[in-house]
Design a protein. Structure first.
Length: 256
C-alpha cells in the first residue's frame, strides 16, 4: 500500500463573520488527500507541527469557500468550527459530486489531532476512535489482493470469530468510479437519442420545397435519393446518429 489515512467526521455550523454554513468536518492527515488524489488550488497542507500540536488550522472545500467568503480570498481568514477559531491555510481543488450525488466540495478538513482534542471532545476511549481509513494501493499492485489483506487484518483486530459477519465495510472506489463512468455513457446515449428525435421532428415540420427524398436507415446504410440538398444531408446525419443510439428511424419529406 502507498498510504493509509485515518479519518473521523461530523457535521457542524461553520461561521465566518456574520455568515454561517452547515457542512462536514473531517479530521484526518495529509495522506487522506493523497489517497483521494485531491490537490489544493491554493495554500498549503498540514505540517508536522500542525498534527503534533493540534493546531487550529483548516483546509476548506470550494463550496465552503464560496458560501462563507464569496469572491474574497479565504486564505488566512478565521472561521469558527463549533465555536473553535480556526485559520484557513488551504483551499481544495474542485471535486464535484460523488456517485451518490453528494457535494464533495462541501467540507472542512482539520488535523485529526485537532478534531479529537478540540472539536470532538469526549472520553479518552472515544477520542481514539476513527470512522474510516482511506487506502491507496501502489501502481501495479492488485486491488483485489490488497482488499483481501485489509479485510483479514481488520478481522484480526476486531477479533471476529470464523464464519461471523464483518463489523466493517470495505468500498473499492475504483469499481464505484467505473460504474459511474458506465452510467454516464448510457445517459449520454439516451440524451443523444432524445436530441435526435427533436431534430427529426423539426426537419419534418419544415416541409421545405425540394425533390422527393426517402431515407431508410438500417445496416448497411441503404440510402435512396435523387438529390441531396442541405436539408437532405441534415436528415441523413440525423438518422445516422439515431442509429448509433439504437434508434433506427425513417425520415420522409415530399414536395409541397
Amino acid at each position: 500500500m502507498q498510504v493509509a489515512a485515518p479519518s473521523s467526521r461530523t457535521g457542524a455550523q461553520v461561521v465566518a463573520g456574520n455568515t454561517n454554513w452547515s457542512t462536514s468536518i473531517f479530521g484526518t492527515t495529509n495522506d487522506y488527500l493523497e489517497a483521494r488524489e485531491w490537490a489544493l488550488s491554493d495554500g498549503r497542507v498540514f505540517d508536522a507541527a500542525d498534527i503534533q500540536g493540534s493546531a487550529k488550522v483548516a483546509i476548506i472545500g470550494q463550496t465552503v469557500a464560496r458560501e462563507l467568503f464569496g469572491d474574497v480570498d479565504p486564505l488566512d481568514q478565521v472561521i469558527r468550527v463549533k465555536k473553535i477559531p480556526v485559520t484557513v491555510i488551504g483551499v481544495l481543488s474542485k471535486k464535484g459530486q460523488n456517485s451518490m450525488g453528494q457535494d464533495q466540495d462541501d467540507v472542512v478538513i482539520v488535523p485529526i489531532s485537532t478534531y479529537r482534542n478540540r472539536i470532538q471532545g469526549g472520553t479518552g476511549g472515544k477520542l481514539k476512535r476513527i470512522g474510516s481509513i482511506s487506502v491507496k494501493v501502489r501502481e501495479g499492485q492488485s486491488m483485489k489482493v490488497a482488499e483481501d489483506n485489509i479485510k483479514e487484518l481488520l478481522r484480526q483486530r476486531f477479533k471476529v470469530q470464523p464464519g461471523a459477519d464483518d463489523p466493517f465495510a470495505i468500498r473499492n472506489l475504483t469499481e464505484i468510479l467505473q460504474a459511474q463512468e458506465a452510467s454516464s455513457r448510457i445517459m449520454t446515449l439516451l440524451l443523444a437519442a432524445v436530441a435526435v428525435t427533436s431534430v427529426s421532428a423539426a426537419v419534418l415540420a419544415s416541409r421545405r420545397t425540394e425533390r422527393s427524398v426517402a431515407v431508410t436507415i438500417s445496416p448497411p446504410w441503404l440510402i435512396s435519393t435523387t438529390t441531396q440538398s442541405a436539408s437532405c444531408r441534415s436528415c441523413i446525419a440525423t438518422a445516422r446518429l439515431a442509429h448509433s443510439c439504437g434508434r433506427p428511424i425513417r425520415l420522409a419529406s415530399s414536395r409541397t
